[in-house]
Design a protein around this ligand. Structure first.
Ligand code: SF4
Length: 218
């Protein structure tokens, strides 16, 4: 009821990821090989045609799965709306999905500004992310949202304003969602981050941001 705006949906978490974010609370998905076969997921969805409205493709990183486009085409043909959650490292896959009308909503994680991208994501692929962001800002066929998971050991307020300003410069006019990371002894994460100490001050950030901010509790 929460993950796909306006639709009841199931979430399919695709195993594996092309990033290594320290705050990631899905290490079993990122490092694992998956627990359910594609056929089992398809059978699940086939039984729910007309009952569920949408399917959220998440992960891990959904676009890193080679079977994504065929899977999405099949599920879309059954009448499901598709939401893609992506970290933006596969602009080619996003472009293909958009070009074939296989996706109805995209949530793009803007992980960090360029100077912090390696520290936050463990990858040097900011340019690929940047291509996806430009692609999404340039199209208006599909609604998309930009969002960032924030942890005070990795980013500060100036970094968030850098992202917000970059979004605005590229033409993004939607809300920009900030999700404080949850770390702690009872929440296994990919990296050994300390617990988040900061109370993020939305009003102070909003006063400096050219796009509208939302704090989302995870
Ligand atoms: S938080 Fe980072 S490592 Fe975890 S699934 Fe998302 S992109 Fe991958």
């Amino acid at each position: 009821m929460l993950d796909f705006p306006g639709r009841t949906a199931c979430i399919v978490w695709l195993a594996a990821c092309n990033m290594r974010c320290g705050y990631c609370h899905n290490p079993q998905i990122v490092l694992g090989k998956g627990t359910i076969s594609t056929d089992a997921v398809l059978a699940f969805l086939q039984r729910r045609r007309g009952l569920l409205h949408g399917v959220v493709l998440s992960g891990g990183e959904a676009t890193a799965w080679p079977g994504l486009i065929d899977f999405t085409a099949r599920v879309k043909a059954w009448g499901f709306a598709i939401k893609l959650d992506t970290n933006g490292l596969r602009p080619d896959v996003v472009e293909h999905l958009l070009g074939r009308g296989l996706v109805d909503y995209i949530a793009l994680d803007y992980k960090a500004p360029q100077h912090r991208f390696v520290a936050v994501t463990g990858t040097t692929a900011y340019r690929r992310f940047s291509r996806t962001l430009d692609l999404l800002c340039a199209q208006n066929a599909v609604p998309f949202e930009a969002r960032t998971t924030i942890h005070d050991a990795l980013m500060d307020e100036a970094d968030i304003i850098t992202i917000a300003s970059d979004l605005h410069r590229r033409g993004y006019r939607g809300d920009y969602a900030l999700q404080p990371a949850i770390t702690g002894r009872d929440r296994p994460t990919l990296g050994a981050l300390p617990p988040q100490m900061k109370e993020w001050d939305l009003a102070r950030l909003q006063a400096r941001s050219p796009v509208k901010l939302q704090i989302r509790q995870p």
